[in-house]
Design a protein. Sequence first.
Length: 373
Amino acid sequence: MSVSALPEELLLRILRLACGLSNNNIDYAPRLLYFPVELVGSKALRKTREHRRRIILVSKLWYRIGLPCLYEEIAILDDIEVESLYIIQTLSKNKDLGRYTKRLDIGRAFIKPPGVNFNIIRPLLDLLVNLQALRIDSSCFPVPVPFSFTERHPNRSTLRVLHNPYHSLSPSPGSPLPSLTPKTSSFKAITFTNFDDNGDVLDDPFAHLSALPNLSQIYFPYYFLDMEHIMQRSKLLSVTSILIGTKYKTPYATVLAYIGDALPNLRYLGIRAISLYYYLYSSSHDITGSLRPLAIPAQVHTLGLIFDMPKSETKAYRALNQQLVELEADGLRNVHFGEEMLGDLQNRPVAAALLKETFRARGWCLKFGDIPV
């Protein structure tokens, strides 16, 4: 039996597998240790796209069936502007392809003052009627989220993740596009900083997130200003988990001192740090540099810790163990370490024994690996 004789549904599954695409829906559910839309480098994206293109060009049949595989994840990045324009032109000619796109990454190439090149982005967004994740790399300067497509698709409910570090979801005078409305608030995870579209510090940034009733996770990637003032102003009842990223510069003790009141239904706390040493320093000092015991909000039952450099010395694990002994965490029941830490602890029996005894004494369950939250 030749390949061309296979049912098209089966052939599509084979092509998706060959292209490295899941045959199920992309999982953008919030997780304890990883934000759902980590940025992929432009070189890796180009390599992946060329690999998929070679696969579907094997025959006219494969091309017809597998073409949607090229457009499930679209990236408009710095050094592939010509490729990006080609993608947009192709989608404009074959608008049906837009319904296959589930993720869009916009890089700095189109983020120039006063904002995104809307002449290119706006028609593209209008075509992506089933978009699930929108990631904008606006680390250079603030830009408003380009949500003109909410006007044409007011009942859009597919979007699950928004990643734009400098967008506050607040109205901004002179903003070229409208901000989000409750009709577009089917978000499960969102990044957050306390800057508005003009780069000014917001007086009450949490209040602007209250228009997202389905928001369940906030990712804190960067430095915060005036944390005490921010946290004492508003409450977000829908948020049950937060994830603190590796670029977060405010000491953990400072933010955790106020986050419990601002997020009364918080249940999951994930912390990503560069290394165990960095985590130990950031979790034992406040914003003034003074020593301060770490306290987890009483409503949190699951803590996650993961480090980009998972290997540590035994003395660092001893310090971590001592912190866990002294940790104020009345409601804590589970602690998840990154999966790679398991291998490191297996090579350090003394550290593993110390942690095991501490977890037994405190009645906590130690687990390794990520979980949905």
